[in-house]
Design a protein around this ligand. Structure first.
Ligand code: SF4
Length: 77
């Protein structure tokens, strides 16, 4: 998890989508890397996320991107 952004992959949904590997080439800022059995999140890179939406549009059930600076504040409200 980054300071501003958190990106999660859901294992079960990724298993149904070839390990979510398509995200690796899809993300313009290389948040996703090859991991065991499929894509994994590069935690060192997550704050580079531009919120472009390509990942959650491609695999809406399998990927979640949270804006910690907003979503966490709303969660506390
Ligand atoms: S929203 Fe865009 S930049 Fe962020 S992880 Fe998804 S594809 Fe990458």
């Amino acid at each position: 998890m980054g300071e501003f952004i958190a990106v999660y992959l859901k294992d079960e949904e990724c298993a149904a989508h070839e390990g979510c590997r398509r995200l690796i080439s899809l993300c313009p800022v290389d948040i996703f890397v090859e991991g065991e059995g499929g894509a994994a999140v590069d935690e060192e890179q997550v704050d580079e996320c531009t919120l472009c939406g390509l990942c959650w549009e491609a695999l809406p059930d399998a990927v979640e991107v949270r804006r910690l600076y907003i979503d966490e504040a709303e969660a506390r409200a």
